[in-house]
Every structure is written in structure tokens, then in C-alpha cells.
Design a protein around this ligand. Structure first.
Ligand SMILES: NC(=O)c1ccc[n+]([C@@H]2O[C@H](COP(=O)([O-])OP(=O)(O)OC[C@H]3O[C@@H](n4cnc5c(N)ncnc54)[C@H](O)[C@@H]3O)[C@@H](O)[C@H]2O)c1
Length: 373
């Protein structure tokens, strides 16, 4: 099969590698020559490294299957095109309607958008039934999860075809309803938002919150270290988009602490400073290793995460198995949130949420009706 990738940035290049390693011929298109050159160089070096580690046999043949082009019409023979360009609805719509004038009527058109409505992208097309969301995680060659998001116009028969294809690419596909943040970017919001809230209220400092969630909670990275790693620009924009898209539901409210970092250009590791200062001369703050405080922090953040997972289940955003898979494979949570709820005890989770609601009288802490039932 010939696969087309639109946009050769971080995601486009990663997805191109996955498709080439699955045996497809890949055409990678970008408007920026420099981006194409950068992607070509990094893909070549990634494949050589994989060959040196003995993970693949013939890096050169995989690289030869990838073609870097600056003319969109080259993508005419593609059976599947995955778009991974700038996160802007109007630009994506323009690209999709232009693509339709080039490809065959049975070419599947997918978007890797993190937060935009697949339905609105499909609406820009004459044949919207062949459009769907295919949300890979960064870095695409390493992260197994792919969220498959049908638009309301998508042909149902397409879904099993795409699921089989993702399995053949070695990925773990899950299905998500076309709602803001899909599964992962919706359910994970309190990991960041509630941690910032705890910090803003002076309950604990960042290092202590990160320590609690890693050492007691079992998460691979603490929220502040993770936000610095993702980049405040990327993480804040997802939060803000989800908040606005959910008609300003206070559960997803962004914070001033993070917005100020963005305004200052303190974007995290990539700029040398974010929540933490990564300068060679700076020393990272030490946590207060207070087990009782740590447990309170973990209980509060995890109860909020479980509540999100319960709400997603209740609103049929995805089935229970896919919700668990998404959070363990997409963001490497130590266990699925529904399993965590069973283990901890539903009444204990509810008690933490009701206690927060009672203290704050904020809608943010309302417990999902499914949990209460
Ligand atoms: N970075 C992530 O962690 C991540 C994860 C999942 C999904 N996404 C989504 O993937 C998409 C791409 O993100 P990214 O991080 O790879 O961005 P990026 O900035 O690294 O790359 C985007 C590329 O698209 C190109 N581009 C912009 N407009 C174009 C157009 N009209 N035609 C062709 N090429 C164009 C740019 O030149 C650039 O090379 C976005 O929709 C983003 O939301 C990102």
C-alpha cells in the first residue's frame, strides 16, 4: 500500500517511520523544505540506530521506501493519507479539501489532530465518509497506542479496516468518540490541573508533589517534571482547548501559574527553564518526604483521574477495556483507572471527591453519577 503523510514534523516523521517499517511505500509532504530535510536526516539516523541495535535488518531498504516531497499532487497514488500538520482547524480543512482533488475516491483520509473535531474536518470534504481521526502518541515509533476516532459522517466499515491495519503496524488501537481530547488528553487533565492547584494553594511544593506521585502513586514522572518535558506551550494549549471545547467546564480550568510560564517563555526543558530551572548552575529542589502529606496528594489527584475515567465511561466516550488500555499505553499510567478504582474501593474514591466538594463547593469536584451509583 502507498501511504501519504502530510507534515514532516515530530509526529509526521514518526508515523512515516512506523508505516515504512510495516512495509509500505511512504510519501511525506511538507510545505517547508527545511522540515523535510530535517525529517529525512532524523529518520535515516533512527533506522541506522535500530539496525545497529539488531532490531531491524535492513535500514537502507526502509529508508529507500520513504520519499520526501514538496508537491502535494505526488500523493495521488496513496490509499491512506495521515495528516500531521499544524493544529489549526482552517488550515487542516483547506488541506483536506485540496487532497480530495488529488487522490482516488476510495483513499482513506485521517487526521492526527490532538484536539480538533474530526467531524468538522470531515465536513470540509465532498466524501466525508472516508475521513477519520488516527491519533498517534509521541514518539510514534515507540508509543503503542493509537486512538481511532470516527467522525459522525465516517463509514462504519472503515473502522474495522483501520483497526486491522493499526494492529498490522504493531500498534494498539482503541476507539474514541469524537469529543474534545478523545480519551487520553481528556482523562489526563487532572494529573496536571489538580497538581497545579495543590501547589497554588501552598499545600505542597512542586518537588514534593512530583515525589508523591512517583514514589507513592507509581507514576513514571511527576506532573511538574512531565509538563516541563512536554513543554508548557503544548500542555497549556491542550488544557485551554479542552476547557473551551467543554463549554468552560471548571473541571478543566487552566491555571495562571502555567500561563505565566508560557508568557515568560519558560517552556520547560527545551528552554532550560519551566516549573523547574534546568541551568547547570541551578540545583533542583528537594521534596519533603512526608508520607502522610504524600498520600493526601496522591489520593486527591488519583480520585480526580478516576472520576474522569468514570465520566468518560458513563458518557460512552470509549468502552472500559479501551479506557484502561489508553491510559496505560498512551501515558504509561501504572494501572488502568477503573481497575485502580476497584482496588481502592469505589466508596473511598467517592469519599475523597465528596470531601473536596464539601470543602470547596466547586463544580470541579462533582463526583460522576456512575461512581455514586
Ligand atoms: N507533538 C505531539 O506530542 C503530538 C501528539 C499527538 C498529536 N499531535 C498532533 O499532530 C499534529 C502535528 O504535530 P507536530 O508536533 O508533529 O507538529 P510540528 O510542528 O513538529 O510539525 C508540523 C509540520 O507541519 C508542516 N506544515 C504546516 N502547515 C502545513 C501545510 N499546510 N501543509 C503541509 N505541511 C504543513 C510544518 O512545516 C511542520 O513541519 C498536530 O495536529 C498535533 O496536534 C502532536
Amino acid at each position: 500500500m502507498v501511504v501519504g503523510i502530510i507534515g514532516s514534523g515530530a509526529m509526521g516523521a514518526g508515523i512515516a517511520q512506523v508505516a515504512a517499517m510495516a512495509g509500505h511505500t511512504v510519501w511525506i509532504y511538507d510545505t517547508q523544505q527545511a522540515a523535510l530535510e530535517k525529517a529525512s536526516a532524523s529518520l535515516k539516523s533512527n533506522l541506522i540506530k535500530l539496525e545497529e541495535k539488531g532490531k531491524i535488518k535492513d535500514a537502507a531498504s526502509f529508508f529507500a521506501a520513504m520519499h520526501f516531497v514538496s508537491n502535494l499532487s505526488t500523493l495521488a497514488p496513496c490509499s491512506l493519507i495521515i495528516e500531521a500538520i499544524i493544529e489549526n482547524l482552517n488550515i487542516k480543512k483547506t488541506v483536506f479539501s485540496e487532497l480530495e482533488t488529488i487522490v482516488a475516491d476510495n483513499c482513506i483520509l485521517a487526521s492526527n489532530t490532538s484536539s480538533l473535531s474530526i467531524t468538522s474536518i470531515a465536513a470540509a470534504c465532498k466524501l466525508p465518509h472516508r475521513v477519520l481521526g488516527l491519533h498517534f502518541f509521541n514518539p510514534a515509533p515507540l508509543m503503542a497506542l493509537v486512538e481511532i476516532i470516527p467522525a459522525i459522517q465516517t463509514d462504519e466499515l472503515l473502522l474495522s479496516t483501520i483497526k486491522e491495519l493499526m494492529l498490522a503496524w504493531g500498534k494498539t488501537p482503541v476507539f474514541a468518540k469524537d469529543t474534545p481530547g478523545f480519551i487520553v488528553n481528556r482523562i489526563a487533565r487532572p494529573f496536571y490541573g489538580e497538581a497545579i492547584r495543590i501547589y497554588e494553594e501552598g499545600i505542597a511544593d512542586m518537588a514534593t508533589i512530583d515525589w508523591a506521585l512517583t514514589h507513592i502513586g507509581g507514576f513514571k514522572m511527576g506532573p511538574f517534571a512531565l509538563m516541563d518535558y512536554i513543554g508548557q506551550d503544548v500542555n497549556y494549549v491542550v488544557t485551554e482547548t479542552v476547557f473551551e471545547s467543554f463549554y468552560y467546564d471548571p473541571r478543566y480550568k487552566p491555571s495562571f501559574s502555567q500561563k505565566r510560564l508560557l508568557e515568560a517563555g519558560w517552556l520547560g526543558r527545551k528552554t532550560g527553564r519551566g516549573f523547574y530551572n534546568y541551568a547547570a548552575t541551578a540545583t533542583l529542589p528537594k521534596p519533603t518526604e512526608d508520607l502522610e502529606l504524600g498520600k493526601q496528594i496522591v489520593d486527591r489527584v488519583v480520585a480526580m483521574l478516576i472520576n474522569e475515567a468514570m465520566e468518560a465511561l458513563h458518557l460512552q466516550i470509549a468502552n472500559a477495556v479501551d479506557l484502561e488500555t489508553a491510559m496505560t499505553k498512551g501515558v504509561n499510567y501504572p494501572k488502568g483507572l477503573l481497575a485502580w478504582c476497584e482496588e481502592w474501593g469505589k466508596e473511598n474514591v467517592l469519599a475523597v471527591l465528596d470531601n473536596l466538594y464539601h470543602q470547596y463547593h466547586e463544580d470541579r469536584y462533582r463526583a460522576c453519577v456512575l461512581l455514586r451509583k
